[in-house]
Design a protein around this ligand. Structure first.
Ligand SMILES: NC(=O)c1ccc[n+]([C@@H]2O[C@H](COP(=O)([O-])OP(=O)(O)OC[C@H]3O[C@@H](n4cnc5c(N)ncnc54)[C@H](OP(=O)(O)O)[C@@H]3O)[C@@H](O)[C@H]2O)c1
Length: 329
């Protein structure tokens, strides 16, 4: 049972991946620590969104925004609608975003790329590009000053030494068994996005913008639906044999909620992969490619190039963008 704190009372919250696993734990915690004013639940199934809202007693708080995060046209349409509603005063600016949705994707257990209709590798699209595009579009006008952005990360990035492979962004060489290597790669990209976004938002703030605080949290192993689509029997076997390693979504959500509830905004990387309840809430600096400003900037600009090609138009710029030789406002 969660102890209500009222910290999120009246806040406007956006949540991706709230229809299953950890995301439903976050949704439940958000309601318990509120009630918030509104929760924008971005999901690809109305029925699953409604079910999650009902499970968490949040029907009256949730506005379902239907969007498949793997489809950039859909992300663009959903984010643009939120931005327009915000400009008209119909939707309040968002105080707190949980960027939690992600998937494992491989058409064979041995590891075979899944490609979307927009010709993007599925985990690159879902776990990283959808979040990039969403934040890029919401950032200038639809986020409240000092909004907190909390990205669900994963220490799986350790598997690839926290290093970005510029020539393997979309798993061109390999996605690894069950897609695990590309999953780790895209989770690293999420951390790099956090680092670059923070740098750009800070620059914008120096020029009079509202500022945001970005934090990435690794919740440990979570008993969820992750990987069920790749191999249901293997996912189930692992969860059954190693049940003691996995946290329930509710317990794992306590770690993700920490930067949301803290009186001081938190930045950087919070990770607690130990067993049982999380105990280590210290945020640490980003590492590997996420600490490499050149890598982070390169990824930001390369993603922009890829998404502008998919969408066939330019993305709005972030004020104060400091890319040398790049476009500036
Ligand atoms: N499970 C772990 O051990 C673990 C460990 C570290 C980090 N994480 C991270 O925790 C986060 C939540 O994962 P989980 O373990 O709770 O997995 P999960 O139970 O599979 O939940 C994933 C969520 O993401 C949503 N989603 C997936 N693809 C989507 C798409 N294309 N468009 C919109 N929504 C989409 C799913 O929606 P649907 O209901 O429509 O499928 C679901 O709500 C992820 O970021 C994951 O990387 C998990």
């Amino acid at each position: 049972m969660l102890t209500p704190s009222g910290v999120l009372r009246g806040k406007n919250i956006l949540l991706t991946g709230g229809t299953a696993g950890l995301g439903t734990g976050i949704l439940r915690a958000v309601v318990a620590h509120g009630p918030p004013s509104r929760i924008f639940l971005l999901c690809r199934s109305e029925a699953r969104g409604q079910r999650a809202a009902a499970t968490c007693g949040a029907e009256h708080l949730v506005t379902i925004v239907l969007v498949n995060l793997a489809v950039m046209e859909e992300v663009h349409a959903a984010a643009s609608k939120l931005v327009e509603e915000c400009a008209r005063g119909e939707t309040p600016p968002i105080d707190l975003c949980f960027l939690n949705a992600a998937c494992l994707a491989s058409s064979r257990l041995a590891g075979e790329r899944v490609i979307t209709a927009e010709h993007l590798e599925a985990m690159f699209a879902t776990n990283y590009c959808g979040m990039y595009l969403l934040l890029r579009l919401l950032m200038p006008t639809a986020l409240a000053p000092r909004a907190r952005l909390i990205i669900t990360g994963s220490d799986a990035a350790q598997m690839i030494g926290w290093r970005l492979s510029r020539d393997n962004l979309q798993g061109e060489r390999s996605v690894g068994i069950g897609g695990l290597v590309q999953y780790a790669h895209t989770k690293l990209m999420g951390v790099m996005l956090a680092a670059e976004l923070q740098a750009r938002a800070d620059e914008e703030e120096r020029q009079g913008g509202g500022g945001v605080d970005v934090c990435v949290c690794h919740p440990g192993a979570v008993m969820s639906e992750l990987g069920n689509n790749v191999s249901p029997w293997l996912a189930q076997t692992i969860k059954t044999l190693l049940f003691f390693v996995f946290r329930t979504p509710g317990v794992a959500a306590t770690l993700i909620m920490r930067p949301a509830l803290s009186t001081e905004p938190q930045r950087g990387y919070i990770s607690d992969g130990n067993l049982g309840k999380p105990t280590n809430f210290e945020s640490r600096p980003f590492k590997g490619s996420a600490a490499d400003t050149e890598d982070c900037r390169w990824l930001w600009e390369e993603t922009e190039r890829i998404l502008e090609a998919v969408l066939k138009h330019e993305l709005p710029l972030l004020r104060g963008r400091s890319s040398e030789g790049g476009k500036t406002t």
